[in-house]
Every structure is written in C-alpha cells, then in structure tokens.
Design a protein around this ligand. Structure first.
Ligand code: ASP
Length: 444
C-alpha cells in the first residue's frame, strides 16, 4: 500500500508551456540556429512566467508570449514565417479562452505583424470565430493593428526553403485565478499552395482550451491535426474517458497520429504539463510557480513515459486525490471552511460520521463545522499524514489517514476514513468517518 503525505504533488499557482515547432533533429542544426532557438524560447518563457507571477491573465499571457515568438525571426510565425510556393507569407493564428470558450482565429493574413493579436481582436470585436484571406486583411486595417510590408516576412529566404521548415509557435497557460488559455501562430508549411490553411487557426485541431480539462497547442503536419481534431481530442479524452492529461496526449501521439507527424503541448486545470513529439525534435519549454523553468530542443523518448511506466489509472487517481486533500489542508489553514468543504459531495446523502455521531447532508455538515470552529484560532493548523489508498472498483477510492490539528492549548490527532467517488467534475468525498485518538467524539 503506498504511503503518501500531502506535501508534494501540489497544484502550482500558475503554469505555462510553450512550443516553437516540432520537426527536424536539432543535432543537424548549425550552432547558430541552436543558440538562437534556445535564446528565443527562454526569452518568451521568462516573459510569460513574469506576467503570470505579476497576476496577468492566462489570455493576456498567451498573447504576450506568442507576440514575442512572432517577432523572433527564428520561428515560423510572424516575422520568421515560411513562404508559399509563390514566395509570399500567409499567416494563421488562433487563441482560446478556457473560462468562456470564446475564441478567435485568422487565416491567410499577408500584412499583419502579429497575427495572434488580430485573432484576439476577432474574438473580442466581432461575432465571428475565424476570418480568412482578404476579409481578414481588411479587418486588420480597420482595427489599426500594426501592418508591415511584404519584405518584412522574407527573413526565411536565408534558410533552405526546399526542406520543410518547422517552427510554428504555441502557448498554453494556467493563471493564478485558475483559468486556462491557449494559442498557436504559424506561417504554415513551407512551399504550401497559396490559400492552404493548416490546423493552427482551427479551434479544436491546433488549439483548444476549456477550464474543466486542459489547454492545448499542436504543431506538425496540420492536415493530420485537422483530420483527427487533435487539440479537442486531448480534452475529450479527459472529459469523457476520465484519462489523465498524460494518458490523453500519449494515446494521441502514439496511436492516433503516425510517427513523424508532430508534437503537442498541453496543460491541465491542475497545472500538470505534458510536452510530447513523435518527430526527431520539438522546441519547447515549461515553467510554473514552484520554480520549474526548462527549455528543450528535443525530449527524451519524445517526452512520452518510458514503456511500462505509463501512469495506471489508480496511481493517477491517487495523485488527484492527494492534490485535493493538500488543497483542503491549505484552505483550512487559511481559515476558509467553505473552501475546505468544496470536495465534499454536495448532496443530502453525504455521510459524515465523527466519534460515533452521524451527520447527514452537505448543509448540516458545513453548519456543524462552522459551529465547532467559529474562528481561525479554534481551527488551528491542520495536517493530513500517512495516506493509504484502496481502490474500490474503477471510480471510487477509500483513503485512510491521520489528521493532526495543532492548537496552542490543545493539539489533537486522530484517524479518518474517506470514501471518494469520481464524478464528471472530479472526485467528491461521499463519506467521511473521523475519530480522535484515543477515541473520543471530536474531529477536524
Ligand atoms: N501545424 C502547422 C501547419 O500545418 C505547421 C507546423 O506546426 O509546423 O500549418
């Protein structure tokens, strides 16, 4: 039986993951290209982390980070966009707000400096989701966003145009308010037919965000991402099949998409980050409020869990429940009984049994807590220790543990047994049996 304490596994206050395109093996790159790419990723990730630490929203941060990458000629977006067969830039981008599921996208832009900015304007200033071609260019003029002459985009002429060039950029963010957002921006695939539109501006294919599950950005052969609704499929697997973020991305990368097609970055509502590619390389990076900060040009094993190490669903459940209980401890220690009660089943059938006295129903349990713990001083400092998990079928779990309550006058401790059931919105405590050691009718 695994023994876990509630430390570790905590939801970060904010988290961010970025990509700068999947594709060729960085071992074959020049030193210059490697250095420039790495520096570009770091710059963007630093700016995003700072914005989030300063309390900026997920949506603002996605736009800010993607604008930085669009202005960096090392990436295939904005300034560094690859060109069509006819030698012109046609840019695509999309952005999505996980809180409201509002989204905006542009395709085939020829003169907008920052397509992600215009995508956001489509979201906020029109009743549409996607503007393409001439109409999108006209909307850019109306919106007075910065426009540039065609030769602004010709920087990629320096690179060997015959080889497919990757370097699309994307970003997924969880902000301190718990909101998710994602965005993607690209010049598309090099030497594409004029008018070709890839997955990056297609919400559900190249970009998706919904607060109940995750935020996703893809990179690779756009046609495949469209055919398989890749970004939405990550969220759908979590929502309908109860897969973890990692299980969802791994399944898509290994079973849905053929090898060599591309990569995915994704971020769950709990702040878990997954970066995977089935191409030789993917420029990417991740950071969060716990101090994590890393960039890569290639991930070991494409970022997927080593064979035999995929998290099975019971260890995923243990992680999710540990995280829930950690949050409860935090909420208790901040004197917030309402937040502490959130993981309890909001039903008349909730059973709360303490020292032999049984309380039925959510409202009575909450009222009981509030009566017993009228202020922060009586609440003291709570900790849960020595958690043991016992799987009950596929969607229920029993958790045994020890609670400790440090109070100036009177430290208390005892045992608890929780029964949790998995609902579409997450795990809920449906039964709580608490006792004091030595046995007496008192509990946190
Ligand atoms: N997915 C992009 C597209 O097909 C290209 C890429 O990610 O490199 O337009």
């Amino acid at each position: 039986m695994p023994l876990l304490t509630t430390s570790g596994n905590e939801k970060p206050d904010w988290a961010i993951v970025i990509h700068g395109g999947a594709g060729s093996d960085p071992q074959n790159w020049t030193e210059d290209k490697t250095r420039i790419r790495e520096a570009g990723l770091k710059r963007a990730l630093e700016a995003g982390s700072k914005a989030l630490a300063d309390g900026r929203s997920a949506l603002d941060t996605v736009e800010l980070v993607i604008r930085i990458l669009e202005d960096d000629a090392a990436f295939n977006a904005g300034k560094g966009a690859v060109l069509t067969k006819e030698g012109k830039a046609e840019l695509d981008a999309s952005i999505m707000d996980g809180k409201t599921r509002a989204c905006g996208a542009v395709a085939g832009l020829t003169a907008t400096k920052n397509p992600i900015h215009l995508a956001r304007r489509v979201m906020t200033e029109t009743r549409h989701v996607l503007l393409a071609g001439q109409g999108a260019d006209e909307f850019a003029q109306q919106q007075k966003v910065p426009l540039v002459p065609p030769d602004y985009f010709l920087s990629k002429a320096r690179f060997d145009e015959d080889k497919p060039h990757f370097g699309t950029v994307g970003c997924a963010v969880l902000d301190a308010e718990g909101n998710l957002a994602a965005g993607t921006s690209t010049g598309g695939t090099s030497r594409k037919l004029p008018g070709r539109v890839g997955d990056s501006p297609i919400v559900g294919a190249g970009t998706y965000a919904a607060n109940d599950t995750c935020a996703v950005s893809g990179t690779g052969v756009g046609e495949e991402y469209i055919r398989n609704s890749v970004a939405y499929d990550v969220a759908a697997r979590m929502r309908y099949a109860n897969q973890s973020l990692q299980e969802a991305v791994t399944t898509i990368m290994q079973q849905t998409l053929q090898a060599g097609v591309g990569g995915i970055i994704a971020l769950s509502k709990d702040g878990n980050i997954v970066m995977q590619h089935n191409t030789p390389g993917m420029s990417c990076g991740a950071a969060d409020s716990s101090g994590r900060f890393e960039t890569h040009l290639v991930l070991e094993n494409g970022g997927s869990p080593a064979k035999g190490k995929e998290p099975d669903s019971s260890s995923t459940a243990e992680q999710e429940i540990s995280q829930l209980l950690s949050q409860q401890v935090k909420d208790w220690n901040q004197g917030d009984i309402d937040a502490f009660m959130k993981p309890y089943w909001n039903s008349e059938d909730l059973t709360f049994s303490s020292g032999g006295k049984v309380t039925r129903g959510y409202a009575s349990t909450l009222a009981g807590y509030k009566a017993r713990y009228p202020d922060a001083k009586t609440m003291g400092k709570l900790d849960f220790e020595q958690l043991e998990f016992q799987t009950l079928g596929t969607d229920a779990m029993q958790v045994l543990g020890i609670w400790k309550l440090a109070r100036d006058d009177q430290p208390l401790q005892g045992r608890f047994t929780l029964v949790l059931r998995r609902y579409p919105e997450g795990w809920k405590i449906i039964h709580d049996h608490t006792s004091k050691t030595p046995d007496a009718p008192e509990q946190p």
